[in-house]
Write a protein that binds this ligand. Structure first.
Ligand code: ATP
Ligand code: MG
Length: 322
């Protein structure tokens, strides 16, 4: 038997990370450079969003992390072990849903899971039915469990793929576009499931091209564009700092007072004055405005969205690279 993978630090300084890559690169046979020198660090216990437009290299990275394809160069460690070398030791601790789950169309959803579970040598056959029933329940497929998988909608197939990743408790879940094909209600359910799993201590690494999804569910994120990492870190750091927005009919006077209070980059648009939030207590700034006779209708710090941060970082929006 292989040793179970450990998550202790290793010489490259991966620290408490569950996924750690150094200069990870994949050039496909056709010459396409899909992943280019990726340095990724996924902290233990995080819900990590792997964000990028179509074709930016997300699935390619995930396939390298799971030992499904060999990197052209660079290294990847998962649960502290090198991939793909330690694939056999690492994969039993990882639940994965990768683009287009492989399903037997002629089998029911339930029987697909039973087959999948039976392929796991560590899974106790006596508790198989209960495990399958509970995984079906978690993804909301209990009622449709008897239906043939070929009759499933895209969203139902996606749920079934997710259920297969949930059969066993895992240290790490790797989900490639888990909400792909789901309706808004289904997306909400998956998001709350991800939160629930994370609160049990599972690290969740999920890819998405949906910014608001990442903002809603992730603690950390990395942004990819054209095979390159643009940025990574806690989601709160990635979203650009918010701006103070004062809504008032007295914009000129408000701008003067805000400058006096040390606010930088004061911009007036119609009945709004926005600035970088000044140092110091916001309540004092509001009081200074009121004291100067400014009629304040609204006073708030509006946090910039991850989307704005993304556009600012890549300068390209969300178009597919050619
Ligand atoms: N098997 C392959 N052979 C050659 N090129 C490939 C292969 N798979 C992917 N590519 C190319 O590698 C690049 C990255 O593709 P990848 O599937 O990793 O992107 P992605 O970020 O997962 O995109 P999406 O959001 O559409 O799923 C693309 O330019 C793609 O055309
Ligand atoms: Mg993909």
């Amino acid at each position: 038997m292989d040793q179970p993978p450990a998550t202790e630090p290793h010489p490259e300084g991966a620290g408490d990370s569950v996924i750690h890559t150094r200069a990870l690169t994949k050039r496909y046979r056709g010459g396409q450079l899909a992943v280019d020198g990726l340095d990724l660090t996924v902290p233990a216990g995080s819900v990590f969003g792997f964000l990028g437009p179509n074709g930016s290299g997300k699935t390619t990275t995930i396939r390298m992390l799971m030992g499904l394809i060999e990197p052209t160069s660079g290294t990847a460690r998962v649960l502290g072990r090198p991939m793909p070398r330690a694939t056999r030791a690492v994969l039993p601790h990882v639940g994965a849903l990768i683009e287009g789950p492989a399903l037997y169309g002629f089998l029911s959803g339930r029987d697909n899971l039973i087959r999948y579970d039976a392929a796991d040598p560590t899974a106790d056959p006596r508790t198989r039915r209960a495990r399958v029933a509970s995984a079906l329940d978690r993804v909301g497929l209990s009622a449709a469990a008897g239906k043939k998988a070929k009759a499933y909608s895209l969203g139902m197939k996606q749920r079934l793929g997710l259920a297969s990743a949930l059969l066993q408790p895992r240290k790490l879940l790797v989900l490639d576009e888990p909400t792909n094909g789901l309706d808004p209600q289904g997306m909400r359910e998956i998001r709350s499931l991800v939160r629930e799993l994370a609160s049990d201590g599972t690290t969740v690494f999920l890819s998405s091209h949906l910014l608001d999804e990442i903002e809603q569910v992730c603690t950390h994120a990395a942004v990819m564009a054209q095979g390159r990492l643009i940025t990574q870190g806690p989601v709160t750091d990635l979203a650009a700092k918010g701006r103070l927005v004062v809504t008032t009919p007295d914009t000129g006077e408000a701008a003067r007072v805000l400058k006096e209070q040390g606010a930088a980059d004061v911009v007036i648009t119609e009945d709004r004055v926005t600035t970088e939030p000044p140092e110091g207590e916001l309540a004092d700034i509001n009081a200074a405005l009121v004291e100067a006779g400014v009629r304040v209708r609204g006073f708030a710090v509006e946090r910039a969205s991850l989307e704005e941060a993304f556009v600012a970082l890549t300068g390209e929006g969300f178009d597919v690279a050619g």
